[in-house]
Design a binder for this molecule. Structure first.
Ligand SMILES: Cc1cc2nc3c(=O)[nH]c(=O)nc-3n(C[C@H](O)[C@H](O)[C@H](O)COP(=O)(O)O)c2cc1C
Length: 369
């Protein structure tokens, strides 16, 4: 499933990676990776939101070269594309999260370790460069506290607290792919079943079926923050008022995200939610975005609408499936090369120079509503 392929045969872009991974992965794993919730309206919206913006480049900028480097939470990184937290990388490649962590390190960017990783924190951390730990808050607060302590002592540079999963949504394609029966849930190593099996959701809908704490609220954030000195980012923010609350509760960053369309179906596309969140944050913290980022021009559009950086979710799994560590490294390199080219074509020397002026809404050009 994960035999290395010669680099000449590697896909040319992320869309080709998706097609190649689909051909390689067992159907239940493919279903797990691509699944969205409900009718997958939000999965599609995440992608189509990028198409509603056009780039308005400037000419004769006199650049000999451009840089894709930037900073996130004050830390320098080589490109404004991070690895989003996603579970069970060993389903796609034997080396799983260790391969992903090494690829991110080689690319000079941040790896975000999922609470639902298929290796233990301490098994992945030695392979990682700069990495963040993604936390689900469990009803077992002692276990939650223990995870934070383990992540901190293993060297995590920040905590990404995912706030859009009070309960796990229903994902029909995953259920149809019989992911649970197939044994995919058993791939989680970090803790007690972070994502409860669809069968359990069937049997007893609602909070009793899950280990996530649906009652976790703004009031509990102070408790969470008191457990470690690590900066906290909240992942899954879509409403500008929630971004304001995040800052009021001490968050150093927010990740505008709808979980790649895997939670509330019909939720607003991440890119569409970004401008209002960025305006609410007003430069007081870092705003990041994930959901549907597949091209250098997508990165550019997100930066123009107020993101400091973006994260990729599903593409990591495609890279692992096609060529393991080399595949993830190549995916990041493709995005870096595309972004570099796009910056040059727009006459912009670096991500810091990207502004709202770069974008025109597509419908004002076509006359359509
Ligand atoms: C297979 C898979 C597993 C995921 N697991 C997690 C997780 O454990 N924690 C989390 O916060 N988000 C998780 N996500 C959501 C991603 O972090 C991210 O928000 C989303 O994938 C971004 O959209 P994209 O896949 O279109 O790039 C997962 C996504 C996928 C595809």
């Amino acid at each position: 499933m994960t035999a290395p392929v010669p680099s000449a045969d590697l896909p040319l872009n992320l869309h080709e990676y998706e097609a190649a991974a689909r051909a390689l992965l067992p159907p239940p794993v493919w279903a797990y990776v691509v699944a969205g919730s409900g009718d997958e309206v939000t999965v599609r919206a995440n992608r189509s939101a990028f198409d509603r913006w056009r780039l308005l480049p400037r000419m004769l900028a006199g650049l000999r070269e451009v840089s894709t480097a930037t900073t996130v939470l004050g830390q320098p990184i080589a490109l404004p594309v991070l690895i989003a937290p996603s579970g069970r990388h060993r389903l796609c490649c034997d080396d799983g999260e260790r391969a992903t962590a090494r690829a991110a390190k080689a690319a000079g960017t941040i790896y975000t370790m999922s609470s639902a990783a298929s290796f233990a924190i301490e098994e992945i951390a030695p392979d990682a460069g700069l990495w963040w730990f993604q936390l689900y808050v469990f009803t077992d607060r002692g276990f939650t506290r223990e995870l934070i302590a383990r992540a901190a002592s293993a060297g995590a540079a920040a905590l990404v607290v995912t706030v859009d999963v009070p309960v796990r949504a229903r994902r029909d394609s995953e259920r149809r792919g019989r992911f649970e029966t197939w044994g995919g849930m058993a791939m989680t190593r970090l803790g007690a079943t972070p994502e409860p099996p669809p069968a359990a959701v069937d049997a007893a809908p609602g909070p009793v079926a899950t280990d996530f704490d649906p009652a976790f609220s703004w009031d509990d954030l102070a408790w969470l923050a008191s457990l470690s000195p690590l900066p906290i980012l909240l992942k899954g923010i879509l409403h500008p008022d929630d971004a304001r609350l995040a800052l009021a509760h001490g968050a150093r960053g927010v990740i505008v995200s709808n979980h790649g369309g895997r939670q509330l179906d019909g939720a607003v596309a991440a890119l569409d939610a970004l401008p209002a969140v960025a305006a609410a944050v007003a430069g007081r913290a870092d705003v990041l975005l994930d959901g549907g980022v597949r091209r250098g021009t997508d990165v550019l559009k997100a930066l123009a609408l107020g993101a400091r950086a973006v994260l990729i979710g599903r593409p990591t799994h495609w890279g692992l499936a096609v060529a393991g560590e080399a595949g993830v490294r190549h995916i990041l390199e493709l995005l870096r090369a595309e972004l570099s080219l796009d910056l040059m074509l727009c006459g912009l020397p670096s991500p810091a120079d990207v502004s709202r002026e770069l974008l025109v809404p597509a419908n004002t050009l076509t006359g359509s509503p």
